[in-house]
Design a protein around this ligand. Sequence first.
Ligand code: GLV
Ligand code: GLV
Length: 328
Amino acid sequence: SRLRVLVTRQLPDKFTASLRRQLQHLEIVTWPSATQPVERKFLLDEAAKIDGLLCLLTDRVDAEFLGRVDPARFRAVSTMSVGVDHIDVAACRAAGVRIGYTPGVLTEGTADLALALLLATARRLPAAVETVRQPGAWGPWCPFDRLCGRGIGGSTVGLVGFGRIGQAVARRLSGFRPGRIVYTGPRPKPELAGPLNAEYVKFEQLLAESDFVVICCPGTPDTRHLFNKEAFKLMRPDSILINVSRGTVVNQSDLHEALSSGGIGAAGLDVTDPEPLPSDSPLLSLPNCVVLPHIGSADVATREAMAQLAVDNLAAGLLGQKMPAELL
Ligand code: GLV
Ligand code: GLV
């Protein structure tokens, strides 16, 4: 019988061709918009008619969706993301639905972006770019400390989360000669941390001692609002917070309060809650907050690797084979 899958993002033809090569008699339904995420109604209406789903982190795969699928038919969800916070993993397990995701292939790209955002925030690049564009704002006279920021050399950098991405950030950081790299997470990882000269500390100690705090943990119920009033109180008044994980890890109104009252120095966010961040968000009027539109994995080679892995996961899931990257 014919297999039918829903793909919620328009992918270059080579990826759908690859899916067709791996699955014979395949019908691919693609969400037609290249600018809007799949409509909930479209997703729910398709649910009963498909064997598998290739989705994005904007698409909720929850109990409602799983309640609409044909249990005799629907077998696999393949998300083009490393994060799975949009997927009800327990409900998928209960329904015998396998989950593929894309760890590994976006590690280096996301770590690159973490460093780019850290440097852009610390060295105030958005303000500097604005200065060049505004008539008269650039000199000829230059005040002693105009557009001065902070350097990484000699500083203490704290990594919240020391998984693949946290370790890749640590590898990059060493070239900037920080004084110390510390990390925190559910448990110490001495074999991985030793070669990177990274030292395990408790969360509170990391907050108190770090000049830069980089969030690279997954977004889970345990990490939700880990950064709240109490956490910001423990941070140094000049410290810089970078988030490349999930917006939900930070309580945004507490962050706004900390940034506008001198509680912390600056923040660089690649992720927010919600996304997109409304253009009237108070965070956007703060001079010490740099916000990016969730571009951690946005380099061409990374996106292609994610698409291929997502296709391979889906094909394996529908063939009843081992997925190259399955959430187990
Ligand atoms: C991006 O945020 C991802 O989870 O892949
Ligand atoms: C998550 O933290 C990852 O490194 O993939």
